[in-house]
Design a protein. Structure first.
Length: 168
């Protein structure tokens, strides 16, 4: 997929709404060869999805061995809105707490006092983290109004062909 096509899709209002959410589902291949799909908080910086994790997270060895990932960001309403993203994970070990981690957890409902307590706990627990950075190489937005999954699009096309043939 070309960069301009990716940018056009990610700039759509629904995509921007989805990229402002708290959680994505990160799919990757574990070291034992089996698939994994985990919920993880993220932030969108305008060109990359950034997720943060502990330096001892098992997923890091898997991502070092095979950095190809897929992400799903979606809603829980009908019709659902779904943003599918593919890319390669780059791992960036950092000292302390990355600013993105504090940002991505900033949208959960916390009182100011809870936020201070949470941040103090985080800072006391982690001496560093790993930023998992994914630059999209492929994207698809599905809103079930203007865009559909490709298999459903194919069924719609086949139905139209059948209906057209029946009216001839």
């Amino acid at each position: 997929m070309r960069t301009n096509e990716i940018t056009e899709i990610l700039d759509r209002p629904i995509s921007r709404e989805l990229l402002a959410r708290d959680l994505t589902r990160l799919a990757y291949v574990a070291k034992d060869g089996t698939p994994r799909n985990i919920p993880i908080s993220f932030t969108w910086n305008g060109s990359e999805i950034v997720m943060c994790t502990t330096k001892n997270a098992p997923k890091l060895a898997a991502l070092r061995a095979n950095p190809t990932v897929a992400l799903t960001i979606d809603t829980e309403v009908h019709p659902p809105k779904i943003l599918l993203i593919r890319g390669r994970a780059e791992l960036d070990v950092v000292d302390g707490i990355p600013e993105e981690f504090l940002q991505m957890n900033g949208s959960y409902e916390m009182t100011a006092e809870q936020r201070v307590e949470w941040e103090a706990e985080v800072r006391s627990l982690y001496d560093g983290m790993v930023r998992i950075v994914v630059t999209p190489t492929w994207v698809k937005l599905i809103d079930f109004e203007t865009t559909l999954p490709s298999a459903v699009e194919e069924l719609v096309r086949q139905r139209a062909e059948r209906e057209s043939a029946a009216t001839r």
